[in-house]
Design a protein around this ligand. Structure first.
Ligand code: G3H
Ligand code: 13P
Ligand code: NA
Ligand code: ZN
Length: 307
């Protein structure tokens, strides 16, 4: 059943975080539903602009609607990930998404507020909830001075003003994570000090952590042993999710780790089965491995067993 993130966040706040997983195809969708049901977790399906364009936005929508029928016990929200204003408006009009993210975080503060405000007005008129972003995600490099790296992080005072003036329902904050497989060059960790300051100014308000893949070293090694070339990949320690949840993080975005599962399964399978031309045996393995990965993440997020 499709629900709003608002409902999921109310139940989760301060206790656990909901996994927000990007999907692009049928096998990922099946694995996602199975993994969440196996671990009895509510979840968020995220669809990026790129995912909408990969085949046709109606294709993913149809797959998700079918999964909703196949798995009637699943409780999930359908969320547009990193939307621009035009894509947000399209998603709002479609009536399919229960929430949208407007990402105008690259704009200056006032422009970000103005764009976000317009999306909030359109979305709320249709009962759709809005995630916005303040601050810039990005790898915090060892050679960057503290001042420079701090400048990318979300400013707690600005966060309060931003939420009040935009009316957004949740806020993506930059607290030291970045997108993709190469997050940290050194032994960087999440900036819990900054997160605590944000929560102090926005008590009870749902915060979102992007760029939260953990890039497991074992996964990277298996990919590299099977012909891949991912050097120096590093991610967020998944044992830190619960502490982040206590500080107001209710949604944790994970995409890259799922891509690593896909890459490992396919590289190893074709290495070991050079004669294979049927896409179904490997598809079955991927769906099972992806489900296992989702269930594991939900344990770490604390969302497992909350259905
Ligand atoms: O933040 C980006 C997400 O990982 C989605 O990636 O735009 O390549 O689909 P994508
Ligand atoms: P990762 O690249 O760490 O998986 O982050 C995904 C994300 O933030 C999607 O919005
Ligand atoms: Na952004
Ligand atoms: Zn993101």
């Amino acid at each position: 059943m499709i629900v709003t993130t608002k409902k999921l966040f109310e139940a989760a706040y301060g206790k656990y975080a909901i996994g927000a997983y990007n999907i692009n195809n049928l096998e990922q969708c099946m694995g996602l539903f199975r993994g969440n049901l196996e671990s009895q977790a509510p979840f968020i399906i995220q669809i990026s602009k790129g995912a909408r364009k990969y085949t046709d936005k109606r294709m993913l929508e149809a797959i998700i609607r079918a999964a909703d029928e196949i798995f009637p016990d699943a409780i999930f929200a359908v969320h547009l990930d990193h939307g621009d204003e035009e894509t947000c408006m399209d998603a709002i009009e479609s009536g399919f998404y229960s929430s949208v993210m407007i990402d105008a975080s690259h704009e200056d503060f006032e422009t970000n507020i103005a764009i976000t405000r317009r999306v909030v007005e359109a979305a709320h008129a249709r009962g759709i909830v809005v995630e916005a972003e303040l601050g810039q995600l990005g790898g915090v490099e060892e050679h960057v001075s503290v001042d420079e790296s701090n400048a990318k992080l979300t400013d707690p005072d600005n966060a309060k003003e931003f939420v009040e003036r935009t009316g957004c329902d949740s806020l993506a904050v930059a607290i030291g994570t970045s997108h993709g497989a190469f997050k940290f060059t050194g032994n960087q960790t999440l900036r819990f000090d900054v997160l605590a300051e944000i929560q102090k100014r926005l008590p009870g308000f749902p915060l979102v952590m992007h760029g939260s893949s953990s890039v497991p070293q074992e996964e990277v090694e298996r990919i590299n042993r099977a012909g891949g070339n991912l050097k120096g990949a590093k991610g967020v320690d998944e044992n830190q999710f619960r502490r982040a949840a206590e500080l107001g993080v209710t949604k944790v975005n994970i995409d890259t780790d799922g891509r690593l599962v896909w890459t490992r399964v396919h590289r190893e399978y074709f290495r070991d089965h050079p004669e294979e031309i049927d896409m179904r045996p490997i598809g079955k393995i991927f769906m099972a491995e992806y489900a296992k990965f989702i269930a594991h993440k939900n344990e770490k997020l604390g969302s497992a067993g909350r259905l």
